[in-house]
Design a protein around this ligand. Structure first.
Ligand code: FAD
Length: 318
């Protein structure tokens, strides 16, 4: 079922969902199940599965030489989606990226999703590779998430890249896109970034999931600004509990976001990461309760592969 239909059907009751990351190549899928199992009692209508683009790895050769190879370390997004659907009877939302994929390869992924009766996909640009200063699309790939949304919308109209095919059985993907309450790090202003978000919605996106934020007011202001420029689709807040002291530096650096002073002070007082984790859980509980009281359709949690803190939050909130 489509994410937007779940929201309509819930009739104002806030839903719970979360995102998982595929294991590194060579690991067992059981670890993933062990982390998902404890969260299923909160009845997520869907689970998001991220996609990673390729990266450089260095292989040591004789004589101390290093050979550089390009590989995707966490493949398997669509396979994991199929496996979760089968095991838990839950909808899954595979993330589809521009970065590192040609449009042709993206089409194959979408065809697989269509055959697997996956109803939702999350359309994202992805980040630049570590050595690149700016994002560069693959040759023959989509440059912006809005281009990817257009490709998926075309497929929903039965139009494949190979234009002679006209399908009598078009896909009907509900398309999610990313939104940034504190603006995307490359964008010159929040206003410009919101216009880019509107382009994604105008191209066919049915809902937005936000980047993590730690100050709910940022989300409320963002939603207000989005509504003012005519974005009417659901805007789902994304929440991540702080888990280690290092997050104080890493989160602002990677995601270009602010941590509220009170949260920073609470974390700085902690003498170990167990205490930090507890602060992170309590902060996320307070954020979630306020968002629910404000009537958000769904709260989406970034699990980053570990579910115990998400369970601690969900137990208090759902
Ligand atoms: P876009 O919407 O394309 O925007 C990227 C930048 O380009 C923005 O600054 C925007 O303002 C600008 N822009 C957009 N259109 C134009 C235009 N026409 N002209 C000029 N500028 C333009 N990353 C992963 O690698 N894998 C994942 O699974 C993943 N999942 C995510 C899930 C969520 C909910 C979120 C919020 C992010 C996720 N990301 C993921 C990270 C995401 O890929 C990065 O934030 C990426 O840098 C931007 O992706 P986007 O889809 O927002 O890009």
């Amino acid at each position: 079922m489509k994410v937007t239909d779940y929201i309509k059907k819930s009739k104002g009751k806030t839903l719970f969902s979360f995102e998982i990351v595929p294991p590194v190549k060579g690991q067992n899928i059981q670890t993933l199940y062990d982390n998902i199992d404890p969260l299923m009692e909160f009845k997520p209508p869907f689970i998001d599965v991220t996609t990673s683009r390729e990266e450089y790895v260095y292989i040591e050769k004789k004589g101390g030489l290093l050979e550089r190879k390009t590989t995707r370390m966490r493949p398997g997004t669509v396979g994991i989606c199929a496996s979760l659907q089968h095991k838990y009877n839950v909808d899954t939302v595979p993330h589809v990226l521009c970065g590192g994929f040609t449009k042709e390869e993206t089409e194959y992924v979408l065809v697989d999703c269509h055959y697997l009766e996956i109803d939702n996909v999350m359309a994202l640009r992805g980040d630049s590779m570590k050595h690149e200063q700016y994002f560069e699309a693959a040759s023959g790939g989509n440059k912006y998430a809005s281009d990817l949304v257009n490709q998926i919308s075309d497929l929903n109209r039965g139009k494949y890249l190979h234009e002679t095919i006209e399908s009598q059985h078009p896909s009907q993907f509900c398309i999610g896109v990313a939104g940034y309450p504190e603006k995307h790090l490359e964008s010159p202003s929040l206003k410009t970034d919101l216009q880019r978000l509107k382009e994604k919605v105008d191209a066919g996106a049915g809902y937005v999931v936000t980047q993590m934020f730690f100050d709910n007011q940022k989300y409320f202001d963002f939603v207000k600004m989005a509504r003012e420029i005519g974005i009417t689709v659901p805007i789902i807040p994304g929440i991540k509990p702080v888990a280690v002291k290092r997050h104080l530096q890493i989160l602002p650096q990677i995601f270009s976001l602010d941590l509220p002073e009170t949260l920073v002070k609470e974390i700085e007082k902690c003498s170990n990461n167990k205490e930090v984790r507890q602060v992170g859980v309590e902060w996320a509980i307070a954020q979630s309760k306020e968002l629910i009281a404000a009537g958000v359709p769904l709260v989406h949690y970034y699990s980053m592969g570990k579910s115990s803190n998400i369970k601690a939050i969900a137990k208090e909130v759902f």
